[in-house]
Design a protein around this ligand. Sequence first.
Ligand code: 5GP
Ligand code: ZN
Length: 133
Amino acid sequence: MWSPRAGIRRLTDLPLKGYMDQCIFCRIIERRVPARIVFEDDEIVAFEDTRPQAPIHTLIVPRKHLTSLKDATPDDAPLLGRLLMVAAQLARERGLEPKGYRTVINTGSWAGQSVFHLHLHLLGGRVFRWPPG
Ligand code: 5GP
Ligand code: ZN
C-alpha cells in the first residue's frame, strides 16, 4: 500500500492520480503527447505503436486508466469486450481478415508489459509463430 513516508520506488507506487499524470497512454489520450490516432470514441482510443513489431501494429487503449488486465473487475467486462471488437473492426478495415492477425495483451513483467495502462496490441501483415517468444 502506498504511503507518503514509504517513498516512491516505482511509478506504480504513486497514487492513481499522480500515476495517471505520468502515464504515457493517459497523456496520449488527453492529447498532451502526439500519436497517430486511428480510432476513438467515448471509451477507447487506438493509435499506432511507435516501435512496430509488424507492418500493422496498433494499440487499442481504454480511456479509463487500468494498470493491467489483473486490475480489471467484472464491471470492466463490457469495456474489455469492446477493445476486442474495435481490434476486429480495425483488422477488417485494413484487409487483415483473409490472412489473419494477432491480438495480444501483455500482463506483468514476465509477459513483457512495459506500459502500465491496459492495452490490446493488434498485429498484422506478416506470419506470426507459435509459441510466442
Ligand atoms: P507492452 O510492452 O506494455 O505490452 O506494450 C507497450 C507498447 O507501447 C510497446 O509496443 C511500445 O512500443 C509502445 N509505446 C511505448 N511508448 C509509446 C509512445 O509514447 N507512443 C506510442 N504510440 N507507443 C508507445
Ligand atoms: Zn494511463
